[in-house]
Design a protein around this ligand. Sequence first.
Ligand code: MG
Length: 164
Amino acid sequence: MSLSIRVGIGYDSHRFAEGHGVILGGVLIPAPVRCTGHSDADAVCHALTDAILGGAGVGDIGEMFPDTSAENAGRDSIEMLKLAVGRVRAAGWRPAQADITVIAETPKVGPHRPAIRERLAAALGVGPDDVMIKGKTNEGMGWIGRGEGVACIAVATLTRVDQG
Ligand code: MG
C-alpha cells in the first residue's frame, strides 16, 4: 500500500569550542561558545534536513552535502535545508510539519523560538505554527551535561505534493 503521509526522523550533534554564539535553526544565539563543524554547524538544520530526506526516502545529509567537499565549508545550513526540500519535492513529497528538540545545558533556545520557527518555516514552505522547537537540558549528565556540545532530534511529517 502506498502511504499518503510519511514521517522522517533526524539526529545531529556538534561540539562546542570557544566562540561568540551558536547557530541553531538559522538564528545566531549569543553564547560564550560556538559549534565546530565543516559547514556553519547548525545542528537543528542538519537534523531537520535528515528528517525530511529520510521521510521522503531520498538519501541523507552526509550523502547530499559531503563534509569532504570544499563547496560545503562554512556553508549556510538554511540553504542546504532548502536544497533538500527541493529534492524531497522532486520525489513527490512536501514538508507539512516538524517538531524539534534541542538538548544542551546552554544556550537556551526558548527565547529564540519565534525567530527559529520563522526561519525554518520559510525554508520548509510551511507556516511558523507548523514548526515547533523545544529546548531540554541533559540534567548535567554525560557530554551534554558537561557542556561539551549540543544534540538535536527532529521529526518531520511529509504529504504528497499532488494532495492539497
Ligand atoms: Mg551536523
